[in-house]
Design a protein around this ligand. Structure first.
Ligand code: FAD
Length: 286
């Protein structure tokens, strides 16, 4: 099924999992997926290490195939194009298609230190056009409520986002954010720019301070004062920090659903316990 169809019927709830760093540990993600099945996923997406070699591709493919073919859950495979040739992209896409995957999250991937490696795609919109010309996949793109960290401004980034929907992306998934007002302002600007596809809000429940510091460095998201106070108060108490992180995420989700959000995409960090707590708190609201 093409996941863009889901938004016509309901507020979508999806989950993201990632292949483990350690080669050969893919089985651990199967356990996560088995647990997530109980939390009514509309789909599960699987990340893919940009510029990754064969091992990365194999892990993403085998997890995606497991989700779709063993559990019968709709699946979205991520595909970053940085450093890929057309032939390599074709090869990956053929393999996803062969595994029955119908949905691709088409990405550029993070720029490595030292600049872009040689490849045939400069930006995600180039990959999206390529896929739409040659295949029948449903194509999804990433978006950034606070602007992508390389872009000059949010407005500039939205112009570039429009290239992705013009190229054929039918739905968007946002980067995580901790202040819903950024997301609402972003949605208004998207609509003004003529971007009218469904946008899922990316929510990451915080489990520890280190994880957040990494995210802030990587993505440049804003931490509201109440969020920073929460981290300072509980940083030395992991259980309390986890509970506070879940409560914060639930609060964000309740507000988003009340405002009519198209969907919630939960960055599970492969932690089914946290996903369960959130699902139990919000599933009757969807
Ligand atoms: P692009 O859309 O190409 O944008 C990158 C930058 O270039 C932006 O600043 C944009 O404004 C600008 N730009 C875009 N198009 C043009 C153009 N035509 N001309 C000039 N400038 C342009 N990374 C992974 O490696 N693997 C994953 O599995 C993964 N999953 C992700 C899932 C989600 C939901 C999100 C939000 C991000 C994910 N990422 C993943 C991270 C992503 O690869 C990085 O954020 C990356 O830096 C940008 O990818 P993009 O597809 O948004 O790139």
């Amino acid at each position: 099924m093409k996941t863009c169809e889901l938004f016509k019927k309901k507020t979508v709830l999806s989950y993201e999992v990632f292949p483990p760093k350690r080669t050969g540990a893919v089985d651990t993600v199967y356990t996560t997926v088995a647990a997530l099945k109980e939390f009514s996923p509309d789909f599960i997406s699987v990340t893919y290490g940009a510029g990754g070699g064969r091992a990365t591709c194999e892990a993403t493919l085998s997890i995606a195939s497991f989700i779709k073919n063993i559990y019968g859950i709709e699946c979205v495979a991520h595909l970053p194009c940085i450093g890929l040739t057309r032939e390599e992209a074709e090869n990956q896409l053929e393999r996803f298609r062969g595994a029955g995957i119908e949905n691709i999250l088409a990405l550029r991937g993070d720029m490595p230190e030292g600049g872009a490696p040689a490849g045939d795609f400069a930006h995600a919109n180039d990959l999206i056009s390529f896929i739409r010309e040659k295949y029948d996949f449903n194509v999804i793109a990433a978006c950034y409520p606070e602007g992508h960290n390389e872009s000059e401004s949010v407005l500039d980034d939205i112009q570039n986002l429009k290239r992705k929907t013009d190229a054929g992306a039918t739905q968007l998934i946002s980067q995580l954010f901790f202040d819903n007002d950024y997301f609402y302002r972003f949605l208004e600007r998207c609509r003004l720019a003529g971007i009218n596809v469904p946008v899922e809000a990316g929510i990451m429940p915080v489990a520890n301070k280190k994880q957040i510091e990494r995210m802030v460095t990587l993505c440049g998201v804003t931490l509201p004062k109440k969020f920073s106070s929460m981290m300072s108060r509980y940083e030395n108490n992991p259980d309390a920090m986890r509970d506070a992180g879940i409560a914060y995420a639930v609060d964000q989700i309740v507000d988003l659903i009340s405002q009519g959000v198209d969907g919630i995409h939960l960055y599970t960090m492969n932690n089914p316990y946290i996903a369960r707590r959130i699902y139990e708190a919000v599933h009757r609201l969807l």
